[in-house]
Design a protein. Structure first.
Ligand code: ATP
Length: 359
């Protein structure tokens, strides 16, 4: 038996994820799903985002499936910071994996690139503040394993956000990335020509690449963005700091098939969490029109990660097959709604597994 925590969340996450879990259960009855009502609805009712108890329980799972979070009647940032960023931090999910793959009949190009994005640091560390004009200033931030004091005086108002890279985290990040990357076409990106801390990022990248026996090449993030549009076929694996990784992976999602085809995994040493890249899309929620492929691909990433490689493979091949057969989601100009797409993928997967004598 494999226990998996599920956080359907809001909007299309709440609509799609339980259906995807039913599909997975029909494909492999050894999977058990445990649902957590971490959602905007609950926040509005009770004021709770994620409780300490939930964090403790979630830490006990090897994998978590996450739908989407966010509601138009809650101030932007509250659910994102108190749910997504909090889970990443508390569960120590230090790597974000974002595959971008072209599908026949959906994309015009032939892209198969995976971005490995650092998930905790860089400009996302919440070390930020304001220095008021002509005032003495002192601020101390203590988070994770560091304690940073900033003081000074300014003749203007200053807003700042510190970019931080810590050696232990960046080392484990590159080690994990190199252990997961099976090819030797690896590009490490940054802006070391403009931002000093990325020279440290490069130093660790080289050190860990030698240790893990990998060849890497470096490319500045601006040049890489340009080349990914001009000649995406020459890339396979990209390792990026948090901020550039975020931007580049959304860009690749846009040029492959769109949000409805983009899965992701947040990886840690003990727990990992898989989720579609899209948000809760309240404009289309509950109407059976959202594309469920991103959630299904996230689920198959999870199966692959926990060693159910055969099931993951079958689901991926079934997605390719139904799209080839012109079963196209509404999002991509087809006529098939959420439930129909899930149904077709489930049937095709079960058929393929039966043919292989799986059951
Ligand atoms: P967030 O800030 O949480 O990422 P957002 O509102 O900025 O949320 P999304 O919710 O991801 O962005 O979606 C933006 C738009 O893209 C939606 O309003 C919706 O129209 C479309 N969209 C997103 N996901 C899907 C999907 N799976 N199928 C069809 N359309 C989608």
């Amino acid at each position: 038996m494999v226990d998996i925590a599920v956080i359907p969340g809001d909007g299309i996450g709440k609509e799609i994820m339980p259906e995807v879990c039913n599909m997975l259960k029909n494909i492999d009855s050894s999977l058990n799903f445990y649902y957590y009502d971490i959602s905007s609805e609950r926040y509005k009712r009770t004021g709770k985002t994620v409780t300490d108890n939930e964090i403790t329980e979630l830490k006990g799972y090897k994998s978590i499936l996450f739908g989407a979070i966010g509601s138009p009647d809650i101030k932007p940032g509250i659910m994102e910071r108190n749910v997504i960023l909090k889970l990443r931090r508390e569960l120590d999910l230090y790597m974000n994996i974002r595959p971008a793959k072209s599908f026949n009949k959906i994309s015009k190009n032939n892209i198969n690139i995976t971005i490995f994005r650092e998930n905790m640091e860089d400009f996302y560390t919440e070390i930020s503040g304001k220095v008021n004009e002509n005032r003495e200033f002192k601020k101390i931030n203590s988070i994770y394993n560091y304690n940073i004091k900033i003081d000074g005086k300014s003749s203007d108002n200053i807003y700042y956000n510190l970019g931080i890279l810590t050696e232990k985290n960046i080392k484990r990040f590159f080690k994990k990335a190199f252990s997961l990357i099976k090819n030797n076409n690896i590009t490490v990106t940054d802006k070391a020509n403009a931002i000093e801390m990325y020279n440290f990022w490069r130093k660790i990248a080289v050190e860990m690449a030698i240790k893990e026996n990998k060849n890497i090449k470096f490319e500045y993030a601006d040049a890489l963005a340009y080349n990914l549009i001009i000649d995406p076929g020459k890339y396979e694996s990209i390792i990026a700091p948090n901020l550039y990784g975020d931007i580049l992976s959304d860009m690749l999602s846009g040029i492959t098939g769109g949000l409805g085809y983009s899965p992701s995994g947040n990886i840690g040493d003990s727990t990992s969490m898989f989720e579609p890249v899209h948000g809760s899309a309240p404009d289309i929620a509950g109407k059976n029109i959202a594309n469920p492929v991103a959630s299904i691909l996230s689920a198959s990433m999870m199966l692959d990660y926990i060693g159910l490689n055969r099931e993951a493979n079958i689901i991926n091949t079934s997605i390719d097959y139904i799209l080839d057969k012109n079963i196209i989601p509404l999002e991509s100009g087809g006529v098939y709604g959420t439930a129909a797409i899930i149904n077709h993928i489930e049937k095709e997967s079960i058929c393929r597994l039966e043919r292989q004598g799986y059951y």
